[in-house]
Design a protein around this ligand. Structure first.
Ligand SMILES: [Mg+2]
Length: 125
């Protein structure tokens, strides 16, 4: 299963990449919104972990584009501060869930697995 991790903080990308690779996911990372869109085109991830707050194109803009182009791609938003308005906007744009930093890895892994199971049980990719 393919996972794309998007965060402008490279340490977070690296940390999550090793965490999920150890659990047999195929992982790519992107440290900007633009890089995320390119990676999504090329890598075709099943699930995207998407940081909201990034300089330039932010996670909300990326989410909008991803959901238009790849409606079946599962997107989990990652946010440092839980701003209700922003979260509502993400859910309206089709985000599949959101998690807040500091990240609970156990929760995150369960959520990624759940999204993948949903994809698998809903048939063809
Ligand atoms: Mg950030």
């Amino acid at each position: 299963m393919k996972l794309l991790i998007v965060d402008d903080e490279v340490e977070i990308c690296d940390f999550l990449k090793s965490f999920f690779e150890e659990r047999n996911y195929e992982v790519k990372t992107a440290s900007s919104g633009q890089a995320a869109l390119t990676a999504a085109e090329q890598f075709k991830p099943n699930v995207v972990l998407l940081d909201i707050k990034m300089p330039g194109m932010d996670g909300i803009q990326v989410l909008g584009t991803l959901k238009k182009k790849f409606p079946r791609m599962k997107v989990i938003m990652v946010t440092a501060l839980e701003t209700r308005d922003k979260i509502e906007e993400c859910l309206r744009l089709g985000a599949d869930n959101y998690i807040t930093k500091p990240l609970s890895l156990e929760y995150l892994e369960n959520d990624v697995r759940e999204k993948i199971e949903a994809l698998t049980s809903s048939g063809a990719s």
